[in-house]
Design a protein around this ligand. Sequence first.
Ligand SMILES: Cc1cc2nc3c(=O)[nH]c(=O)nc-3n(C[C@H](O)[C@H](O)[C@H](O)COP(=O)(O)OP(=O)(O)OC[C@H]3O[C@@H](n4cnc5c(N)ncnc54)[C@H](O)[C@@H]3O)c2cc1C
Length: 367
Amino acid sequence: MEDVVIIGGGIIGTATAYFLSLEGRKVKVIERDPTYKIASFPLSLGGFRRQFFQKENILLGKFAKEFILNLPKHLKTKKNPKPTASMVANGYLLMFGPDKAEEQYKALINHKECEAGTKNIKGSALTNIFPYVNNEGIETATYTDNETEGWIDPFLFHGALKSKAQELGANFVKGDVKSISEINAKTIVSAAGCWTKELLKDIPVVPQKHTVFRVKCPKYIKEMPLTGDLTTGVYWRPEGGEYLAGSPISTFDAKDLEPEWNHFEELVWPALAKRVPMFEELKLTGAWAGYYDCNKLDNNAVVGKHPKYENVYMASGFTGRGLMQAPGIGRALTELITTGKYQTIDISVFGIDRVLNSTARPEPYVL
Ligand SMILES: Cc1cc2nc3c(=O)[nH]c(=O)nc-3n(C[C@H](O)[C@H](O)[C@H](O)COP(=O)(O)OP(=O)(O)OC[C@H]3O[C@@H](n4cnc5c(N)ncnc54)[C@H](O)[C@@H]3O)c2cc1C
């Protein structure tokens, strides 16, 4: 019998393999496509933030930043003594209209209690700090300017975690697991991303196609934060002389990963040009789409031991934030598996009973 088998070698499976290997567990990771062509993590924007509503998500965002900042220390190997995830710590700026302001003021109480270090500003004062923004219709905004949020290269991050896990003894193999029952191990972890329902039919996590556009604008503001306009749901950030901008609409039951090109003219460009007038002049240079691992119940993670099995754990349903939550979730699952309870961040609220009982606990700040 194997010790631990993890199904899925994406960012969650690999982070969990790393933390379990650190604790001396003998880990095997089974991944059906080691090129990760349609896995979510390589197609992500790499953003990490602490600006959420729920405390657990804020704390996982803080954990991510500490882990990424200390990545060379945690993940150096004999082969790669100086690993990097190419962190860009430009911060996040989230803007809210009057309808969302009350909710955001409540979120700020949670930010404070979690010592998130976020700053709040009235919409009318926004241009004092972000002069290129049109503040029309913005009631309140929140941002960080102390290098605690930003983005990383998802592929480099995954590679560094995988190399370290392998150095610690984890074994990554190619294989397509058709059913949990074919695995013979003391502990089984499902880290199958948006394909979780194929293995665990009672978990409402499904693929949700999300399109990102690449645009060029005559003016490039390198230090722009990852900016989310919650009045339209459009978000953007600078990238290598251009900008990346996400569609406000994600779709279920997509037949392929062809970008939703029509979203650009109809939704994204008008929203960008309204909020940042210099974006009137932009030119579309490309696009891609990937799957969010969407928890249809409440857009929040589903993590823990599955109550219907003796030895099956899972982590999925991150709905646009699995990359940044991977270190915290890998750590948390490892604590649960090795000690029976969470030690660093108590994420029992993300437990599986909640989805089996349909008790929603929504995280409103999905980008
Ligand atoms: C366009 C886009 C932008 C995003 N931006 C961000 C962002 O800025 N910040 C952020 O934190 N998150 C972001 N995300 C979300 C993030 O990418 C996901 O939440 C995260 O990658 C989920 O990690 P995972 O390991 O669970 O899933 P994946 O990365 O999809 O990995 C799951 C792996 O499991 C394998 N697998 C599945 N079933 C089986 C099986 N039966 N047998 C063997 N192998 C199996 C798959 O092949 C896959 O490689 C974004 C996602 C998209 C699509």
